[in-house]
Write a protein that binds this ligand. Sequence first.
Ligand code: AGP
Length: 607
Amino acid sequence: MCGIVGYIGGRNVSNVVMVGLERLEYRGYDSCGIATVNGGLKIRKTAGRLQQLKELLARDPINGKCGIGHTRWATHGKVTDENAHPFTDCTRTIALVHNGIVENYRELRERLIKAGHHFVSNTDTEVIVHLLESYYKRDLLSAIRKTTAELKGTYSLTIISGKEPDRLYAVKTGSPLVIGAGHDEFIVASDAPALIGIARKMLPLRDREIAVLSRDSVSVFDFNGKRVVRPFTRMELKQKAVSKGRYPHFMRKEIFEQPKVIEENIERRLKGNSILLDPEFLFYPDEVEEIERIVIQGCGTSYHAGLIGRYYFEKFCRIPVSVEISSELRTSEFVYNGHTFMLPISQSGETADTLAALREAANRGIKSLAVLNVRRSSIDREANSSVYIHAGPEIGVASTKTYTAQIFTLLALALAFARIRKTLPNGQHDEIVRNLQRLPGQMKEVLELDRKIKETASHLSFARDFLFLGRGVNYPSALEGALKLKEISYVHATGYPAGEMKHGPISLITGEVPVIGIAPHDSVYSKMVSNLAEAKARGGKIIAIGTQGDKELAELAESVLYIPEAPEYLSPLLVALPLQLLAYHMAVLHGCDVDKPRNLAKSVTVE
Ligand code: AGP
């Protein structure tokens, strides 16, 4: 989604804003721009990547100590130079960048055109700057308040004025915006990575708040003009966490970080044989005992992790669970009854559909416990309580380490609930804890398959269609493997429950369609092997993921990627790694932009 940066302070604003925008590239974008105040407004903007903007700035630099920048992910209006942000009013006094959607822009635009305003783009954003112009006499803050009173939809903004070179304004409604405080300087951005190197403390803005920033102060007001006082908190994010280090891509770095993330999660959550949840887990034991049904909801990879979560809550807690795709749930006639508990799962905590489904449930009095990576995100604030997956920042658009951290956290949560509800004998609990402790080492072992997976990918690079098959707890692994491949390598892939193949999709099988069969030693192993044999009998080229020492699979498949022997409930955490690496190598072979796949955004804040 769009990325916003604003800066006021002693440094060269162009440099600071460009670095900030680069750190927000992962959000996905198709055009970009920057505006500064330096003896009036200066603007450079272009369709395309930041490299093009850099070239523009090299040919025709703009400087100053106060400015704003933007990466645009098109919603209203094509990807053109004219539709790129920042936008200015008719007199080129105000410049503004926007993340979100103005729902009532058509009527506002008509009214403003009738009043004589001249529009240069097809975007919803441009109405905001003309509306501001219409209210701007001497005081931009009061113009902002009058403008926000008329806007419907979501809009996070940063605004500068040629008449106020020492002021930067920020407005938040919907999309995230966080202020970073440095030494006599402030930076404001859509996401914390853009603040690194400047901010020592940070303050996320809340919905319906306006911040007025100067070099040495920040004042926050609500939309009614009331002063808001909230302390800044220490900025914990470090440069190392958001740089690629020795890796060519963030995705590869994040794949290889997984054993460490799980190890740290184990250290954090297992104290002796007890499972610890975060202090933000606010439910009393009797509320957990009373749960009659869990509704898990999420999008994309988070939804897939939720499907594995269902297995845990059913197996260990004997609680009925349904897992819903957020965009479907929010508009469905879903029946919530009794003591239903909602678990929204989201890496970013900002996904618009997940947030909307959460709000829908809250309106019906349903309690919620969010499973999140990003603290103080919108879902974090709106859920009754949260647990965190502690994966650290994930920059690659494709979720990798946050997927396995979500699965781990759901397992920990299910075990904690099972303790409270007394559904798991002590002996079994202790055995699970022992198995968990072996997991990081096993994950490291699986990552050693990297070279073999690269070779496998090169043998498969001819294929334009793939089938990923799994059963039981690894049916979601098949869905996730297919999602990873298609999102970053643009190769079509379908994940399917292997037992359903004979009801239709088996007709797709030819030697041209590789079948990735997920068949570790588990309760559905022999059924899975039969399904793969059926595919092979029809000319299918089988690549299997199986348990070390499995000779049967070796006879059936062209190639087997072996994972260590592990209990069924842990196998999705091991299986995920070769699937991620396969997608990664395929994308590299196809020359794709691994970390920033086309049309995709890391956090999807529009419907
Ligand atoms: C997965 O690789 C994707 N990037 C995507 O499916 C993602 O999981 C989805 O958009 C949900 O995001 P969230 O976890 O931040 O809510």
